[in-house]
Design a protein around this ligand. Sequence first.
Ligand code: SF4
Length: 404
Amino acid sequence: MAEFLIGAPQPDDLRGRTRLLVLQGTPFCNIACNYCYLPDRGNRARMAPETVHAALRWLETSGLAAPELAVVWHAGEPLTLPVDWYRDAFATAASARPAGAILRHCIQTNGTLVDDRWCALFREHGVQVGISLDGPARLHDGQRRTRAGRGTHGAAMRGVAALQRHGIPFHAICVIGDAALDAPEELVEFFAAHDMLEIGFNVEEVEGVHTRSSLSRDRAARFRGFFERAWRRAVALGVDIREVRTILAGLQEPPAGAWPGNDQNMPFDIVTVTHEGRIHTFSPELAGLVHPRIGSLALGNVLTSTLQQVLDGPVFRQAWAEIAAGVAACARDCSYFPLCRGGAPSNKLGELGSFAGTETMACRLGHQEIAETVLQQILQDIDQDWALPPVAAPHNMDKISGYF
Ligand code: SF4
């Protein structure tokens, strides 16, 4: 299990591994959620066309691109850029597409700017859309406000209505903070009532510049109660919860070989390129971060660095040594490892100050308590000849990578 700890990976070890390319068209966001992890959300800079081109070519020349490559526009509010900026960017990306790769464009948005013009773009290019929405107004507006402190629920729901009017499918990601723990039925019923039948729950995590969560490990029992009730209501209303699907998939596909982790903690499964071309891997939430102990977490730049230079650089070597140690410790010590595969480096760094740790509040609530809920239900159902349905799902349930 631990042979991946030996030495640093070489380019040949990484061939074809990148399935998710996160491009930061802009670091700017038009709203100011109280759990935002972005370090630079006031910066209105844009990615230059040359950088879009270089990001795709870098994957090609590095041999990293998988045959199917999801390009996720994120790490800022992507819809603060003009619609036509994306028409140009998609054309640039197509012209630089790695040989043989199929590109799929995805956008994770706060929904507040979605209108008919955006929907036309999504239709034109088959863009896969995710909306960040924290349930009904009283919960959503407690967490997701403008810089002036006004709620954003009304604007986000106008975006939802536009998507639905145009028949564009989307999923919703809902951040669970302390206020939501007492309202599982209200939350699920809200999504069901608005025909949002595919939802993911992210616990309010400590990561990036968000250094305090309204949740903590001592709320584990309350969180379990929340999830049990939410799942029961979701089953009754036909709402699909990403975390349940992911647990079921993990039960059917145990970790194997030299790369047993998930896509956030194995090198270059995810590549994030910032608007200036800086290269990051592991959790996308690490992009742009300057850590007090490690310094900038950027590994190089798509305009100037080779993969070999990145792998030989001090930042990658330190991050990978810590992350590999953390994943190995999780594999050794945690009975939930087959389902979680070592957690998210962004949570470990944010909560523990190092990538090398194991349990965080985020994994205790968002992985362990959810896994226990699902496993208990399976044990109850086994007596009734229940069989796992075939499920295809990504390897972790964190953030955007769990959907795209
Ligand atoms: S649940 Fe936590 S401690 Fe267990 S494998 Fe995942 S990250 Fe590690």
